[in-house]
Design a protein around this ligand. Structure first.
Ligand code: ADP
Ligand code: YYY
Length: 224
């Protein structure tokens, strides 16, 4: 197999395990590019909500995914020129993203967009299938997880800081439903693959997780 010159660190895992936070911090540390693949599914979901699209119409949703006018720049995301960084973070958008992410035509439509983020000097990316499907040749693959209870608490604090009201029992239920849907779909399901290193962050701080990922990456690079 031809070796791709641009290294990728792929971080997959369930909702609120800390993927985005860690992937972004690792990217900053290494001066690498960052791809939040979940944001792409959330953007399709937001656009579909705005257009009152039939959410079972896979063909229309896939066309929407192909034509999505999105710009990730200056730490924010724009959909057709409008900043939607907070609009895509709602639980409603996350749930809808998880539903439409089960459609193979939508996943196919987003594949080349994700590959386009692989630019020198390197890419750190997070999602559900980064190491298994989108970047199977990633230099380092991590499965980041934490107990559902801790994830619900983390999400609760995160939403509260943004002024979004929620309750821990509701968030726990959403997380468990989303985990089940993301794990049980037929295409690119969320799973712990044997070539990924598992990192359970239930009782680890952000800094501890960050240090572990950087240590693993240093180790992998040194062994090449
Ligand atoms: N190891 C950790 N310890 C405590 N809080 C964390 C940890 N990792 C992430 N968080 C916090 O949990 C929340 C959810 O993290 P996020 O990165 O959005 O998760 P994901 O991308 O997996 O959905 C954020 O507010 C983040 O700061
Ligand atoms: N690579 C990806 C990324 C996200 N998805 C789907 C499944 C997820 O429930 C939704 C939203 O993903 P996102 O990573 O933004 O969600 P969390 O921040 O983990 O709650 O999109 C996917 O199927 N494949």
């Amino acid at each position: 197999m031809k070796i791709h010159p641009v290294p990728v660190i792929a971080i997959d895992g369930p909702s609120a395990s800390g993927k985005g936070t860690i992937a972004q911090r690792v990217a900053n540390e290494l001066n690498y590019h960052y791809l939040d693949s979940g944001a792409l599914y959330r953007l399709v979901a937001l656009k579909a909500m705005q257009c009152h699209t039939d959410l079972t119409d896979q063909t229309t949703l896939a066309t929407m995914a192909t034509q999505l006018d999105v710009v990730f720049a200056a730490g924010t995301v724009r959909l057709e020129g409008t900043i939607v960084a907070d609009a895509i973070r709602t639980e409603q958008c996350g749930i809808l993203a998880s539903k439409i992410a089960a459609y193979p035509p939508v996943r196919d439509a987003l594949l080349s967009r994700q590959h386009a983020f692989r630019l020198p000097p390197g890419l750190v990316t997070d999602g559900r299938d980064m190491g298994s499907v989108v970047f199977p040749d990633a230099t380092l693959k991590i499965f980041l997880t934490a107990s559902a209870e801790v994830r619900a608490e983390r999400r609760y604090k995160q939403l509260k800081e943004k002024g979004i009201s929620a309750t821990i029992p509701d968030l726990l239920q959403d997380i468990q439903k989303r985990d089940a849907r993301d794990r049980n779909r037929s295409v690119a399901p969320l799973q712990q693959n044997s070539d990924a290193r598992i990192l359970d962050t239930t009782s680890l701080s952000v800094i501890q997780v960050l240090n572990k990922v950087i240590a693993w990456y240093t180790e992998v690079c040194a062994s090449k």
